[in-house]
Design a protein. Structure first.
Length: 140
């Protein structure tokens, strides 16, 4: 799917929050939750960035994506465009799937120069599952 992209340092993208913890909801079973790995890629020509989430569902409830938002990291948080594709609509218990986001380089541009972006991922029950900060140096 992303074979035209080369893998870049994940240090440039920071996964701040990943899985629902016991404080967010009552645990039903040991091992419940979601495991998410984040991979960041850039195109060889540096005109696109991609964020790929590898999602392993350990919950009895199928995992699905409710919403994804890409916005600027500033206070006003202006929304930005992106493309998205999931490997499956739902990931049942024990399943692993991927969710990919592709962002054009021009999306990082602002009147004051390049700016950081934030990708927020919300699962089916509205809980924010992940928060990935993307630095414009990914494409510079």
């Amino acid at each position: 799917m992303l074979d035209f992209l080369s893998r870049r340092s994940v240090l440039l993208a920071v996964l701040v929050a990943s899985v629902a913890s016991a404080k967010d909801r009552e645990p039903q079973d040991e091992g419940e939750g979601t495991e998410i790995q984040v991979f960041v890629y850039t195109s060889k020509s540096r005109d696109k960035a991609a964020v790929v989430l590898s999602v392993q569902n350990h919950d009895r409830v199928p995992w699905s994506l409710l919403e994804a938002r890409l916005r600027t990291a500033t206070d006003e948080g202006k929304k930005k465009p992106f493309a998205m594709k999931t490997s499956e609509a739902f990931f049942p218990e024990g399943a692993r799937g991927r969710v990919a986001f592709v962002i054009d380089a021009h999306v990082f541009d602002a009147s004051g120069g390049p700016e950081r972006l934030v990708l927020e991922i919300f699962r089916q029950d509205g809980l924010k599952e992940a928060f990935v900060e993307l630095d414009p140096s990914l494409l510079r």
